[in-house]
Design a binder for this molecule. Sequence first.
Ligand code: SAM
Length: 205
Amino acid sequence: MFFKLPPAAFQRQDETNDAIFYRFPRLVQHIDDGAIAAVTALYRDWLPANGAVLDLMSSWISHLPDDVEYERVTALGMNQQELAANPRATDYKVHDLNQSPQLPYATNEFDAATICVSIDYLTQPVAVLAELSRVINAEGPLLITFSNRCFATKAVAVWLQLSGQARGQLVAHWLDLAGGFTGAELVDLSPTSGDPLFAVITRAR
Ligand SMILES: C[S@@+](CC[C@H](N)C(=O)[O-])C[C@H]1O[C@@H](n2cnc3c(N)ncnc32)[C@H](O)[C@@H]1O
């Protein structure tokens, strides 16, 4: 299934520069405790202990299990204060992926990568995912999680048209278009109550 979405699919209600929206830190949880616990459990299962992890579209929390050590946790996001407050980040960069989908990292620099409740803000998700396939080592996991909450004015139009599993199918489609990944699996990790939580799990080729 290789169809190309029209440009309108990636339009947003707020088309101003993302630096404006993210100029003030938001030191808040974007999903509830149960959904965060589901993300953390997923990370525990998939992220290699002592590995180098890239947390893309990061903030002041990365949801990594407290009792697992990682050699490196690199956080990339839009707000310097949020990233500086992230206790797991060993290094961070402020970088606008909608201005420049190229990742400021070397090929094969990471053993794994995560994107938590954020892929809906990318106006060029396929380009960013292709870059992720470059910077993640062969066989390294990419874990993309999402819920039903978002900054609606900053999410791309196609995301707002879909819900639940259909959003996961859209992410899997973007992974297909990006190339460089194998076997995207969509799983529903929603707790019995509270925020739903879905994950698309794949590995770099
Ligand atoms: C809803 S928050 C999620 C933050 C974090 N991943 C979490 O789970 O709490 C969305 C994040 O996406 C990042 N983001 C939004 N637009 C971005 C862009 N154009 N380039 C890079 N990061 C972006 C912001 O820095 C923000 O931290």
